[in-house]
Design a protein. Structure first.
Length: 222
């Protein structure tokens, strides 16, 4: 948390858990005393919207930006709010961009490419080994390349986010870490974060690469 504020783009295949990661990362940064803005750019067939947790995020001092004036899931405009450019041009703010699943959803980034490149960014791929399209190295790398080709941006890191929702065990996380490690070795991209609920994180070995990111289950009802 000592690094300068930056733009973190959270991308991943549909169902990878990227929105849960984006919300948890925003709360993690805010808890460390950072100024945070979270932009919901998922406008193509989303399963979850980060803006659905606007009340929680705003209560923690996080600026939430979405295509809906009231952040309501029922009022959706298939466009990117121009408000996102404000935080992108404020070097004191950590910006998190939650983009749509796969390369089609990530296309929304193209309207912001110049702003993102000018500011500097981390483009992070959420890897979930329990999803059918990303349960092999070839599947993950193919997905990675498709997003890069669509957006013109290059990935800078990986997020290991394999889980079984409330039933997740340390072994589930380790299974995902093994796949993410193989992708890292093939692509040269570092493992930036390993996610799990706080209870499961305590059971993980200390020598795993990547910063531990406590994951909430904010997007799912009990």
């Amino acid at each position: 948390m000592t690094a300068p504020p930056t733009v973190r783009i959270i991308a991943g295949h549909t169902g990878s858990g990227k929105t849960e990661v984006a919300v948890s990362l925003a709360l993690h940064l805010a808890a460390a005393g950072r100024r945070v803005a979270l932009a919901d750019l998922d406008v193509v067939n989303p399963s979850f919207w980060s803006r659905e947790r606007a009340a929680l995020l705003e209560a923690r001092g996080i600026c939430i930006i979405s295509s809906s004036p009231t952040h309501g899931a029922a009022i959706d405009l298939p466009a990117i709010s121009a408000e996102v450019r404000g935080p992108l041009h404020d070097p004191a703010v950590d910006v998190i961009l939650d983009v749509g699943g796969d390369n089609v959803g990530a296309r929304a980034l193209t309207t912001l490419t110049q702003d993102i490149v000018q500011r500097g960014y981390d483009l992070l791929l959420v890897v979930n080994a329990y999803r059918p399209d990303t349960n092999t190295v070839d599947g993950v790398v193919g997905h990675l390349h498709a997003i890069e080709l669509t957006t013109g941006l290059r990935f800078t890191g990986l997020i290991s986010n394999t889980h079984a929702i409330q039933a997740t065990t340390a072994q589930d996380v380790l299974n995902g870490c093994d796949l993410t490690r193989q992708v890292s070795e093939l692509t040269g991209l570092p493992v930036q974060y390993v996610t799990a609920t706080p209870v499961v994180l305590r059971d993980l070995p200390a020598d795993l690469p990547g910063e531990r990111l406590p994951l909430g289950l904010f997007m799912r009802d009990e």
